[in-house]
Each structure stands twice: as structure tokens, then as C-alpha cells.
Design a protein around this ligand. Structure first.
Ligand code: B12
Length: 476
């Protein structure tokens, strides 16, 4: 890997960070290069001096026009093939270090492809600035120097070498606010992360049991006041996995906001577990002007919920949460997962009925229905790997949980009870339900989303052809 002559130490280092997860396929209005904004904010605070950042999404990054010294790419697993293609394009044009970070490489560091010089594993701030400082000082990355940096994967001795894990940042408030200005926020829902990690252990989650750490109430209140003053957003979405593990902190946040003149016309959306939705919790949500709560309901079958989420969550707990939120006019976005290994026909029917009943009763405003997908880092990944349904070098674009783009010829099917030729009928059924329930919501998001939403429908002709071929040949 070439580099800069040591003499150039005063050079202004230019870094381009590419968010590979925001691409032509993703229309998610909630999507934002969160992690990259944090990296830039952290480096600017702890690596003063001449360093400049730009953040690009996949569509607006072209390797040929880029003149940065280092390129960093962020990627989830589903879009990893795009990240690979991009790194190869960059390497074909320029001899500069290309780093990869984010959920995919953090779960499979030993698979670091040649076109990436360094993989940053897990939380990136500390590792990232150690790498930048090294490059600033030496103008290159030597194996010897890299071996001393925790939390990375790199190529050495003819193989992929992985250094000791990077300890998570303890003092969360030492992390400066993310540099949101590096990215075009227009037409996007404003977001804020008030914590990292989740103590629970859902079988499908790639970050299960990642130690939960929170920014202090002071810090969160300060950031909310700054967002309101600077952007005056209609709404703010908390991107925490779980916002209210600690209701005392929320009480403190609200007290601070009131004391410091926050305008509670700004409304909020956040994610919560059903077993955290109590009358006291809902009182706090109302005080903060939370209008939407996202709940991972997953299934209306006790057996399947226990398999997916374990712990104390039951259908009864979920129903009480929906009732309580309805009584308090808080909209619920419910997320459901179909196709898990133990699921049977009656479980799918129960989930379908649950959605219809609660939607008709106004207790579900919006639903996400996804096919269970074995993401690297999750326990279900190991389940699928043990059955050779997935491999470390598979085509990761196959890890697509969305029903509207389900492809029976190119999917990871994990259910043990229902043949895929029959299960496609359930995909058909739930995709229609997803579409019917969410239509009004997408209308609210305006033409662009509504238009894209209408176009993205399940290819039913392909399902029919798949069934015919499979059943015709009798190898269902
Ligand atoms: C908020 C969130 C969303 C939001 C916003 C995501 C976004 N960035 O736009 C929304 C709702 C849009 C979303 C959608 C999806 N999500 Co989501 N999401 C999350 C969640 C809850 C938090 C992510 C977050 O804010 N992290 C905090 C920031 C600070 O961390 P970060 O982004 O990881 O970045 C840090 C490090 O990773 C590292 N880093 C990251 N990139 C880079 C790059 C370089 C060069 C370096 C050096 C370091 C580095 O440094 C950063 C700072 O520490 C996570 C679960 C979790 N707790 O992490 C799931 C998660 C990331 N989502 C996941 C998935 C699968 C999806 C979807 C694909 C699902 C779908 N519907 O198809 C979509 C994809 C949409 C899209 N294109 O973005 C999976 C990813 C699994 C995997 N192996 O790929 C996760 C882990 C959840 C899970 N249960 O497994 N998601």
C-alpha cells in the first residue's frame, strides 16, 4: 500500500466516508449515515489540525472524481456486494487506503476482502482516529504499526490478521455530537442516538447483547435543544435500539428540556420493547410529545415469540401495550417476522389475524412484515450456517428481508415445517396485508415515497412460476 512521503506531514488530510447502505434500493426516509457522522465529529474534536471530511452516499460518490487521501466505506451485510464493487473501482483508479467498517465486517472480520486495506470492527471512533493519526505521522500503514491497533482486521503474512477487540467507549458524553451537516438533511426525518447497544438477545439480531451504554440526560437535552435551534424539525426519531431502558433518565431529560425552554411542538418517534410500556412509561412519553412508538412484536404465536425474543414477552404483554398506547393516542408501528424455523401454519394465521384486528381497532398504524433473515453476527446466522444455508463467502444481497422484493429462487429459507412452495402463499398474503395497512401512511409521506412504494410490489408471476416448476417436477 503506497502512501505519502513523511515530509508531507503538514498536508491537509482529506477523508471521504461513503455510506453504502443508502443506495438506489433504499427508500427509507429514516436512513442516515449516523455512524459516519459520529466518526467525523469525533476525529474533528480529538484530531485537531488540518483534516477535512466529506460524507457521500453510494449514488453520489464517483471514485474518478475523488481526491481524498483515505476512503472509508460503511456497510451492512445486505448491501456488502455493492461495497465490494465500489472498493474494487476505487483500487482500479487510485492507490489509496480503503477502510471498511459497520455491521457486516464487524460480524465477519476474518473475511476481509483484498480490496479493503483495513476492516474496523465494532464501535469505530477510537480505532478510526488511531488509524488517522498513524497515517498522518507515517503517510502509510505498515503491518507492524497495524498490529498495535486494537479492533481491526488487515492483510499480513499472506492472510487476514485480527487484532484484540477494541474496548467500548465508557464515557459516552466524551463523544461529540455527530456532524450532521456533512450530509444533506432535507427531506429526511431528523434523528438522534441517545444510547448504544442492547442487553437483550433476540435470535435474529446482529447486535444482540452488545453492552448497553447511554449518553447522559444532560447530553441528550443539549443535543435536542441544538437540533431544535438549528433545524427546527417537525419530528425527531430516536435511533436507539431501545430508548427507555432507564425511565429515570427520560424523566431527567424532560425536566432539563422544560427548564431550558425546549418547544414541545416537536414530536418524537422511538423504539420500545412491549414489556417496557407501563402507565408510568406512557405518561413520560406523552410529556415528551412522542407520537409514534416502534415495537418489535414479531409474532402473535407464544411459541414463535419465545423462540425469536425469549424472555418475558408474551402476546398478552404486547396486546396490553397496544391497548395502553391507543388509550393515549400514541401511534404504533409494529414489526413482524415470518418464516422462523419453528413456525407452523396456525402461527402464521394467528399473526395475520392479530394484525387485522389491531389495525381495524386503530391500535396498529403501520406494520413492517419481514422474512426472518440470518444476518451475520446473529444467532440465526449460526443456525443457517450449520445447515449450509449461508456461508461466509455467499452473495450477501440474498439477505433481503423485505417481502416486496422476495425472490423464491434467491432467498434464505429457514422454516422447518412448511415447504417453500406453500410458504410463498403466505408471503403473498402478508405482502398484500403490508401494502393495504401502510398505504395511508405512505400517502402521508408525499408523492415521491408513495410513487416508489406503489412500484415496489412482490413479483407474483415469479412466485407462480416457481411453484409450477417446483411442483411440476415433484421435488417440492
Ligand atoms: C437505527 C437503525 C436503523 C435505521 C437507520 C439506519 C441508518 N443508518 O440509516 C433504519 C430504520 C433506517 C434501519 C434500516 C435498516 N436496518 Co437497521 N438498525 C438500526 C440500529 C437500531 C441502530 C444503528 C445505529 O444508529 N447505530 C449507531 C451508530 C453510531 O453506529 P454505526 O452506524 O454502527 O457506526 C459505528 C460503527 O459501526 C463504526 N463504523 C460504521 N461504519 C464505519 C465505516 C468506517 C470507515 C469506520 C472506520 C467505522 C465505521 O463506527 C461507527 C461509530 O462508532 C441497528 C442495531 C444497533 N443497535 O446497532 C440496526 C441494524 C444496523 N439494522 C439492520 C438491518 C438489517 C437494517 C435493514 C437492512 C433492514 C431492512 N428493512 O431491510 C434496513 C436497511 C436500511 C438502510 N439502508 O439503511 C441490522 C444490520 C445487520 C447486518 N449484519 O447487516 C442491525 C444491526 C439490526 C439487527 N437486528 O441486526 N436501521
Amino acid at each position: 500500500m503506497s502512501g505519502k512521503e513523511p515530509a508531507d506531514q503538514q498536508f491537509e488530510m482529506k477523508i471521504t466516508l461513503v455510506c453504502n447502505d443508502i443506495n438506489e434500493e433504499t427508500i427509507n426516509e429514516l436512513a442516515a449515515p449516523i455512524g459516519l457522522c459520529y466518526l467525523a465529529g469525533y476525529a474533528e474534536k480529538y484530531m485537531p489540525g488540518d483534516i477535512s471530511f466529506s460524507i457521500k452516499t453510494r449514488p453520489d460518490f464517483s471514485p474518478g472524481e475523488d481526491d481524498s487521501d483515505i476512503i472509508g466505506i460503511s456497510s451492512m451485510s445486505r448491501y456488502f456486494p455493492n461495497a465490494l464493487k465500489l472498493a474494487k473501482e476505487i483500487k482500479a483508479k487510485r492507490e489509496i487506503p480503503v477502510l471498511i467498517g459497520g455491521y457486516h465486517i464487524s460480524s465477519l472480520p476474518h473475511t476481509l476482502p483484498e480490496c479493503f486495506d483495513i476492516g474496523v470492527i465494532g464501535e469505530g471512533e477510537l480505532t478510526f482516529i488511531e488509524l488517522l493519526k498513524l497515517y498522518k505521522e507515517k503517510g502509510k500503514f505498515t503491518d507492524e504499526d497495524l498490529s498495535k491497533i486494537d479492533g481491526i482486521a488487515y492483510h499480513g503474512e499472506g492472510k487476514v490478521l485480527i487484532t484484540p477487540p477494541r474496548a467500548p467507549i465508557e464515557d459516552m458524553d466524551s463523544i461529540p455530537f455527530p456532524k450532521r451537516d456533512l450530509w444533506d438533511l432535507s427531506n429526511r426525518v431528523m434523528w438522534l442516538s441517545s444510547s448504544r447497544g442492547c442487553p437483550f438477545n433476540c435470535v435474529f439480531c446482529a447486535v444482540a447483547r452488545c453492552r448497553h451504554r447511554e449518553f447522559s440526560a444532560d447530553y441528550v437535552a443539549e443535543e435536542l435543544l441544538m437540533l431544535q435551534k438549528k433545524y427546527n424539525p417537525r419530528g425527531i426519531s430516536f435511533h436507539d435500539d431501545l430508548f427507555m431502558l432507564n425511565p429515570v433518565r427520560l424523566e431527567d431529560i424532560i425536566r432539563q428540556l422544560k427548564k431550558r425552554g425546549f418547544n414541545f411542538n416537536t414530536n418524537f418517534g422511538l423504539s420500545l420493547r412491549a414489556d417496557f410500556i407501563t402507565p408510568d412509561a406512557v405518561r413520560l412519553l406523552k410529556e415528551l410529545n412522542v407520537i409514534t412508538v416502534f415495537i418489535g412484536i414479531e409474532s402473535a404465536s407464544e411459541k414463535v415469540i419465545a423462540y425469536l425474543k425469549g424472555g418475558k414477552i408474551t402476546v398478552g404483554v404486547v396486546q396490553r401495550a397496544l391497548d395502553l398506547l391507543k388509550e393515549n393516542n400514541i401511534m404504533v408501528e409494529g414489526s413482524f417476522i415470518i418464516g422462523s424455523p419453528p413456525e407452523e401454519r396456525e402461527d402464521l394465521v394467528a399473526t395475520y389475524k392479530f394484525i387485522v384486528e389491531n389495525y381495524s381497532a386503530g391500535k396498529l398504524a403501520f406494520i413492517l412484515t419481514n422474512l426472518i433473515t440470518p444476518y451475520p453476527g446473529s444467532r440465526i446466522w449460526q443456525y443457517a450456517k450449520d445447515r449450509n444455508i449461508v456461508t461466509d463467502d455467499m452473495d450477501f444481497s440474498k439477505l433481503n428481508m423485505a417481502l416486496h422484493s422476495f425472490d423464491p429462487y434467491n432467498c434464505t429459507y429457514l422454516n422447518e415445517n412448511i415447504p417453500l412452495t406453500e410458504f410463498v402463499d403466505y408471503i403473498d398474503m402478508f405482502e398484500k396485508l403490508h401494502y393495504d395497512v401502510n398505504r395511508l401512511r405512505y400517502k402521508a409521506f408525499g408523492d415521491s415515497f408513495e410513487d416508489i412504494f406503489y412500484k415496489r410490489r412482490l413479483d407474483r408471476e415469479r412466485l407462480r412460476k416457481f411453484k409450477e416448476e417446483s411442483l411440476g417436477t415433484g421435488n417440492a
